[in-house]
Ligand binder design. Structure first.
Ligand SMILES: *Cc1c(COP(=O)(O)O)cnc(C)c1O
Length: 386
């Protein structure tokens, strides 16, 4: 498998993105010729008492053939040297933060995903990290937040849930000049729309729970790094020792999701544009937060670093919390649930979901636009808005 996967990696690097996706987990199995990858459930692998590993694997908390195949494809999709699949996006984020040392300073978005906010504020700050939350859609805020001990910039773009756009090459230039590492959470954009490593990031994170899995049936995460350096070895060591590893079945499900990633993302995006344009004309909507609209403050930057604008649409209702919650309650085709990136459209009262400490406006609704016929989505929003 080790030799095989090196050969596979060389072959993968030459393929177009669509081809890579369509062939994920479909490298014919050397032993049987099976076109769809087998799932290796074994937790342990035979080894010679002197230490040699005939198959290249030892114990599945360290690595597993199904996971290795997913990681090979993730690295190729994001244009990285290496990847690691995790049990959740949050476990992936934790491994990056835990690779720093107590006393290091981290800068991140003021509206960073609420779980990452809790991870930093409730766990990593008491552990010894210093953290600044700021609006990174304005690079002056980043410059103002810099400290001599700033070690990591962690940014989403588009952000969750306020759909702000962060200028990745702009941030990368500031980081590079000061030896600060740049991590980009690419969950909302997916590698179909945005390749942060090519834009200057050092590491990319995914919640594969979302578009890569794509069917709301698994929890998973991933990290993809530009280089296999000492920092990467440290992150891998943390994963191996802490144990935030995905099951072989979940790895297989992510690979199955990636096979249809390109056409799914295209359809998600086409539907999201229709929904955003409809909402922008609705008298009960105060503002639509969608970078595909020319009125969005991040539209011009999004156009330079993304090939389309994603399928998460947030909007502000003309009204208070009570009226906003009523809109969510009336939705029928859109299911009121958290998460995003599945085939079915979801609607969420995000401030309620985030709970105490939420920075989200009380009249914000977040939509994950799915693959339905757009007429059904528009009709549902029309009746829900009343
Ligand atoms: C869901 C999400 C996460 C967390 O991922 P989990 O798989 O739920 O742990 C992180 N970042 C973003 C942008 C997300 O949407």
């Amino acid at each position: 498998m080790t030799t095989d996967s090196k050969l596979d990696k060389l072959a993968l690097e030459k393929l177009a993105f669509e081809t890579l996706c369509a062939h994920t987990g479909a490298i014919p199995d050397a032993a049987t010729g099976a076109v769809t990858a087998p799932i290796h459930f074994s937790s342990t692998f035979r080894y010679v008492p002197t230490g040699e590993l005939p198959g290249g694997f030892n114990y599945a908390r360290e690595s597993n053939p199904t996971r290795s195949q997913l990681e090979l494809h993730l690295a190729a999709l994001e244009g990285g040297a290496v990847a690691a699949a995790f049990s959740s996006g949050s476990a992936a984020a934790h491994a990056v933060f835990a690779s720093l040392k107590p006393g290091d300073h981290v800068i991140t978005n003021s509206d960073v995903y609420i779980g990452v906010r809790h991870l930093l504020a409730d766990i990593m700050e008491p552990w010894g990290l210093q953290v600044t939350f700021t609006d990174l859609s304005n690079l002056e805020n980043l410059t103002a937040a810099l400290r001599p001990n700033t070690a990591l910039m962690w940014t989403e773009t588009p952000t969750n849930p306020q759909i702000r756009i962060v200028d990745v090459p702009g941030v990368a230039a500031i980081c590079k000049a000061r030896g600060i590492r740049l991590a980009v959470d690419n969950t909302f954009a997916t590698p179909v729309l945005q390749l942060p490593l090519a834009l200057g990031a050092d590491i990319v994170m995914h919640s594969t729970t979302k578009y890569l899995g794509g069917h709301s049936d698994l929890i998973g995460g991933a990290l993809i790094a530009k280089q296999e350096d000492a920092w990467w070895q440290r992150i891998k060591h943390i994963q191996h020792i802490v144990g935030g590893v995905p099951s072989p079945f979940d790895c297989w499900l992510v690979m199955r999701g990636i096979r249809s990633l390109v056409p799914r993302v295209q359809r998600h995006n086409a539907n999201a544009r229709i929904v955003a344009e409809y909402l922008a004309t609705h008298p009960k909507v105060a503002q639509v937060l969608y970078p595909g609209l020319p009125t969005h403050p991040g539209h011009a930057i999004a156009k330079t670093q993304m090939t389309d604008f994603g399928a998460i649409v947030s909007f502000l209702v003309k009204g208070d919390m009570g009226e906003t919650v009523e809109v969510v309650k009336r939705a029928r085709v859109f299911t009121s649930a958290t998460s995003l990136g599945g085939t079915e459209s979801l609607i969420e009262y995000r401030r309620g979901a985030e709970g105490p400490g939420s920075q989200t406006p009380e009249n914000l609704i977040r939509l994950s636009v799915g693959l339905e016929h757009p007429d059904d989505l528009i009709a549902d929003l029309k009746q829900a808005l009343g």
